[in-house]
Ligand binder design. Structure first.
Ligand code: C5P
Length: 234
């Protein structure tokens, strides 16, 4: 798959989401990320509707349960014909293998499957003191990425600043999908470990996930095009 910009459609409901996507009618159909809020509010129909409109979809539900449950849930999601799904690497290699099995359709095709390593909202201090993971956060992220690779997954979600580290450990073809993107002249909001679309390309991100810099822009289409220009250099 080619590099691309994914818009995080963090809207509360169907109407707001479709009105936003209407802005892009007639032009390039952006890759869209659907997260828990929208999926739990609207169910699988919103996924089918956005897919019908021609958008590639990253369904960001971050599954984490016993392997059998994740396998069965992934079997359901595979019928939605999305392009990318994800799980938490903390569910172990067995769980990730089960997810992959559930996601693979009878004809052998499947969406890309990506693992969340450590959430960017988890600090090293909390990881060590609350989760009792003694290693450093960088070491943990690399180990979780290696586990995902061993399980046969296609890549990880990580901070753009961690993409190079993941590529070094898992190879250039192992995908790095990176949120935490801000334009050089914009506010960070609540994100901490951020970088620009252009810098994310240089570090090696395969897909950047951009939410508020596009969804809250005065001109979302122009902001999206700026992301494409900086990230894809086109
Ligand atoms: O608005 P903003 O660009 O910060 O949105 C980033 C998107 O990426 C949100 O949907 C957020 O939930 C998601 N995300 C993140 N950090 C992670 C994983 C997902 O920001 N580690």
């Amino acid at each position: 798959m080619a590099k691309d910009v994914i818009i995080a459609c963090d809207f509360a409901g169907r109407q707001q989401t479709l009105e936003f996507l209407d802005l892009f009618a007639g032009g390039r159909k952006p890759f869209v990320k659907i997260g828990m809020e929208l999926f739990y509010a609207e169910g699988p129909d919103i996924v089918r509707e956005i897919k019908r409109r021609g958008h590639p979809i990253f369904l960001d539900l971050k599954l984490h349960d016993i392997p059998n449950t994740v396998k069965k849930a992934m079997r359901v999601l595979s019928s939605l014909d999305v392009d990318i799904c994800n799980v938490h690497a903390a569910g172990t290699i067995d769980m990730m293998r089960a997810a992959l099995e559930g996601l693979t359709r009878p004809d052998g095709t499947r969406p890309l499957l990506i693992a969340v390593t450590q959430l960017t909202s988890t600090s090293e201090e909390r990881m060590q003191n609350e989760l009792l993971i003694g290693a450093g956060i960088g070491e943990t992220i690399v180990k979780y990425a290696q586990n995902a690779r061993e399980a046969g997954l296609d890549g990880v979600v990580c901070s753009p600043l961690e993409a190079a580290m993941v590529k070094d450990a898992c190879g250039p073809d192992f995908l790095a999908i990176t949120p935490g993107i801000r334009f050089a002249d914009a506010a960070a909001d609540d994100q901490v470990r951020i970088t620009t679309p252009a810098r994310a390309r240089e570090i090696g991100s395969d897909y950047i996930v951009v939410g508020r810099p596009v969804t809250a822009a005065a001109d979302p289409v122009a902001a999206y095009q700026r992301c494409l220009k900086e990230f894809l250099n086109q």
